[in-house]
Design a protein around this ligand. Structure first.
Ligand SMILES: C[S@@+](CC[C@H](N)C(=O)[O-])C[C@H]1O[C@@H](n2cnc3c(N)ncnc32)[C@H](O)[C@@H]1O
Length: 254
């Protein structure tokens, strides 16, 4: 199944390898640290991949909904979670922009490196979905790529330059990769990271409070926000977005 043209079913091994890198493990530790003081939370992991966050949270959670657009990622994670002995992990094939969960049913929504694959309109839809499913007072905590392809901002400029340096140091294959990435960027098929200030205002626009977004030293960033308490939680559905992605039906998984 694809998201914005990418067939994620073909990237399971790649996702598993990336999940083992120190950068991803550090992000996982930060996200998990902000979730562990809650007792028996119900968690939703969006773009769960091969389970970096899901498996780290499952032993203290009442339930983890591991939601991913790729059936193969879900299959892989189901096997891993079963090998870890978790009966409380439910893998669901669905899109971040349409979560098959009822309103106010989740204590923590987590995600890592999923949202930069969505257009900005879809990122807003995904934020709105996280807001809808969170119970009042619940938390939204995620890591993602956070920068823009720009030479104006010094951090963006330095990140872009260091990426180009690192890829071009690989010689001809590296240069070919730069050309390929430039073409993908020009045609809207490259990743679509947003800057940390974009995330801060999009989270606030959706109604989240206590919004904290922190660009990290590398290309990544970390965000945390709280869903307001009962009387202040006002869900604002997004109606006028250009591309609408329809979620797959829930695949019941035992
Ligand atoms: C880079 S991987 C990250 C996986 C995992 N969160 C981790 O940190 O190891 C991105 C994941 O997002 C999933 N994904 C991409 N677009 C999605 C969408 N629209 N809704 C749900 N999942 C999506 C992909 O299938 C993939 O598993």
């Amino acid at each position: 199944m694809s998201s914005a043209g990418k067939n994620w079913d073909q990237y399971v091994i790649n996702a598993e390898e990336v999940a083992r890198t120190s950068g991803f493990r550090e992000l996982k530790d930060r996200i998990v640290a902000l979730s562990f003081d809650l007792e028996n939370p119900v968690v939703a992991d969006i773009g769960s991949g091969t389970g970096l966050l899901t498996l780290a949270l499952a032993d203290r959670a009442q339930k983890v909904w591991a939601i991913d657009i790729s059936e193969r990622m879900a299959d892989y994670l189901r096997a891993k979670s079963s090998s870890a002995g978790f009966a409380n992990v439910e893998t669901v094939v669905a899109s971040a922009v349409s979560l098959p969960l009822v309103d106010d049913s989740v204590d923590i929504v987590v995600s890592n490196y999923c949202y930069h694959h969505l257009s900005d309109d879809d990122k807003r839809r995904a934020i709105s979905e996280a807001f809808r499913v969170l119970r009042p007072g619940g938390r939204f905590v995620f890591g993602d790529m956070m920068f823009s392809v720009s030479v104006v901002d010094p951090r963006d400029r330095e990140l872009l330059a260091s990426k180009i340096r690192s890829i071009s140091s690989r010689g001809i294959p590296g240069l070919a990769r730069i050309v390929k990435n430039a073409a993908r960027y020009a045609t809207g098929r490259w990743e679509k990271p947003a800057r940390s200030d974009w995330w801060a205002s999009a989270l606030a626009d959706a109604g989240f409070t206590d919004v904290r977004v922190e660009p990290l030293e590398h290309e990544g960033g970390f965000a945390a926000a709280i869903c307001p308490s009962d009387s202040d939680k006002v869900y604002r559905p997004l109606r006028d977005c250009s591309e609408i992605e329809i979620a797959e039906p829930i695949a019941a998984r035992g």
